[in-house]
Design a protein around this ligand. Structure first.
Ligand SMILES: *Cc1c(COP(=O)(O)O)cnc(C)c1O
Length: 233
């Protein structure tokens, strides 16, 4: 069996255990395989195991791999998105996790309208307020949600995303996942054409178990599937 399949088997077991530990159903948590820096062959290796959703943080990588991966795979834009690049991926991605400014939402709205679609997005919250990270704070997220609902008719807010601070000790970031879940719960019962909270995208290789315990519906995992990334290639 390939290393990627072995890693996925082990990861799947850990996800199942985390769900069991907190009394959640496995189907409530979608595993997004994060394939940045990986080749299309590696993506396909994960797809052959059963990965249905892949996450990328660069527009260029989506463009490069898109045609080499089966058409039923769902692409997630999980990284910072520049407004001038929205047009390249608007018809390729099923969910944009990284909306943190009205200007970006407006560009997504404009391009979605051109394609006659409604674009599903998450609002990226920088829960820990780290300067090195994109995302809005909690108050900014609330304002952004209201602005998007009012102004971006071809955008549908499907929930929230956060990247927790890097830590050796996953328990350290539980507080941020709790905060995001509380914000999620404030909106989850409001349903209209522009808002349908379903997804709470949080948890990566180092902290996905804690994220699942705190209510994540999507975990974004790269390293635990593909090994450490080499950015020099
Ligand atoms: C790279 C990345 C991940 C995956 O991180 P790993 O630690 O490799 O699992 C998840 N989310 C985002 C936004 C990323 O850029």
């Amino acid at each position: 069996m390939s290393r990627i399949h072995e890693n996925l088997d082990a990861l799947e077991k850990r996800i199942q255990d985390a769900c069991e530990k907190c009394g959640r159903k496995r189907e409530e948590v979608l595993l997004i395989g994060v394939t940045k820096t990986r080749t299309a062959d590696e993506v396909n290796e994960a797809v052959s195991w059963g990965i249905t959703d892949v996450g990328e943080n660069k527009v260029q990588e989506i463009m490069d791999k898109y045609d080499h991966v089966p058409g039923n795979v769902k692409w997630h834009m999980i990284g910072h998105l520049q407004t001038n690049k929205v047009k390249y991926i608007i018809d390729k991605v099923s969910l944009i996790h990284s909306v943190d400014k009205l200007k970006l939402a407006e560009e997504i709205d404009k391009r979605a309208k051109e394609h006659g679609i409604t674009a599903d997005v998450l609002i990226e919250v920088n829960a820990a307020g780290e300067e090195s990270k994109f995302g809005t704070d909690i108050a900014g997220a609330k304002k952004l949600i209201e602005d998007v609902r009012e102004k971006c008719k071809n955008v549908r807010i499907k929930g929230l995303m956060t990247i927790a601070p890097f830590t050796e000790e996953p328990e350290d970031v539980r507080v941020y996942f709790k905060e995001l879940k509380a914000l999620f719960d404030e909106y989850k019962d409001i349903k209209d054409d522009n808002m349908d909270f379903e997804h709470l995208s949080m948890g990566m290789s180092g902290d996905f178990e804690v994220a699942i315990e705190e209510g994540a519906t999507m975990v974004r995992v790269g390293t635990a599937i593909f090994g450490a990334r080499n950015y020099n290639i």
